[in-house]
Write a protein that binds this ligand. Structure first.
Ligand code: AHG
Ligand code: MN
Ligand code: MN
Ligand code: MN
Length: 342
């Protein structure tokens, strides 16, 4: 008997369209926008896979607004996404980690009818890992823009809870795209390179209520505050029935890879504020918000330590924030630690 799933492939576009049909006011605009985002991810995936062969590794020679030395793939991925988003006709404004200012899409590049969106994105996350062939990714978040807006910073300096969609694509052993359009639903898709489609492989992802893994850069522990120090040492010294039962430590150094593992296996990922990084390192709009949106819709929590990430309203497009995210019970324990040290 043929395995019928092989003749009834659920592609990302088909799956999102079906989910959108469940919304009475769906117009198909978001689905069209996601087609452009998928194209960007597929294109970047091919560039990442051949980077070492076609001299696409290494530095581009410029620094970005973050003060980071841009990698060639940072710049290439950025241009790929700006072009694919602009070509969708559904984008009014963009924010990229690699561009100092917002990118306004001119009226000639926008469909006059239908919804327009603001897209915030990190075109290549984990750039320090490119040359080592370690998993890297792309992160994006989407706001619906108020009708008639010509695209201003006002359309993006909004609470994360206003996002209508968020996702990431991880360029790892396979190319995995994880996406949520809210409503407590998170789905995972794997790129089938033979047909160039993202196929539904992880329907309805739920993060375990508690995990056994913590993920943080321990090299910064000398800079941590007392709450962070107390919490993470409690994970190392914990016992069960009087016997040591420490959590395992896993840290890739690419947010996409560390968050993907946390969502699938459970546990806690953290990039805290500390004496070295007063506001933390990760950027609110295109790293913290999209990952918090996904984790919450998968049943987890995401906090600054004292505030829900998605309730924050950024004052600047590259603003940074401390972030702790993951399993509901693990993050609740972390928050209790911060409450105790308040
Ligand atoms: P990006 O490559 O987009 O600048 O992001 C890098 C971030 C994130 O991917 C990761 O979690 C973090 O940097 C790792 O920072 P450390 O090397 O300081 O631990
Ligand atoms: Mn960077
Ligand atoms: Mn990043
Ligand atoms: Mn980046």
């Amino acid at each position: 008997m043929a395995d019928h799933t092989q003749t009834n492939l659920i592609t990302l576009s088909r799956h999102v369209l079906a989910e959108q049909r469940a919304h009475k006011d769906a117009t198909g605009d978001l689905t069209l926008l996601l087609v452009s985002i998928q194209l960007g991810c597929k294109f970047v995936a091919t560039c990442v896979r051949k980077a070492g062969i076609v001299n696409l590794t290494g530095l581009a020679g410029d620094t970005n607004v973050q003060g980071e030395d841009q990698k060639k793939l940072d710049v290439l991925a950025n241009e790929i996404f700006i072009n694919s988003l602009r070509s969708s006709g559904k984008v009014a404004i963009m924010v990229s980690e690699e561009d100092e200012d917002v990118i306004i899409v001119s009226a000639k590049d926008r469909d006059p009818a239908g919804h327009a969106y603001a897209v915030v994105f990190d075109p290549l996350d984990g750039s320090s890992n490119i040359e080592a062939g370690v998993s890297i990714g792309t992160i994006f978040g989407i706001y619906k823009v108020a009708p008639g807006s010509t695209g201003t910073a006002k359309d993006v300096l909004r609470a994360g809870r206003d996002m209508v969609c968020a996702g990431y694509c991880m360029y790892g052993s396979s190319t995995s795209l994880v996406l949520s359009t809210g409503n407590g639903s998170v789905s995972g898709y794997t790129l089938d390179t033979t047909i160039g489609e993202f196929i539904l492989t992880h329907p309805n992802i739920r993060i375990p209520a508690r995990g056994k893994i913590y993920s943080i850069n321990e090299g910064n522990s000398v800079y941590w505050d007392s709450a962070c120090t107390e919490y993470f040492s409690s994970l190392k010294t914990r016992t069960v029935d009087g016997k040591p039962a420490p959590y395992s430590a896993r840290y890739v150094g690419s947010m996409v890879a560390d968050v993907h593992r946390t969502i699938l296996y459970g546990g806690i990922f953290a990039y805290p504020a500390d004496k070295k990084s007063a506001h933390g390192k990760l950027r609110v709009l295109y790293e913290c918000f999209p990952m918090a949106f996904l984790v919450e819709n998968a049943g987890g929590r995401a906090t600054t330590g004292t505030q829900r990430i998605l309730d924050m309203v950024p004052m600047a497009i590259h603003q940074r924030s401390p972030i702790f995210l993951g399993s509901r019970d693990d993050v609740a324990d972390l928050e209790a630690c911060y409450a105790k040290h308040a």
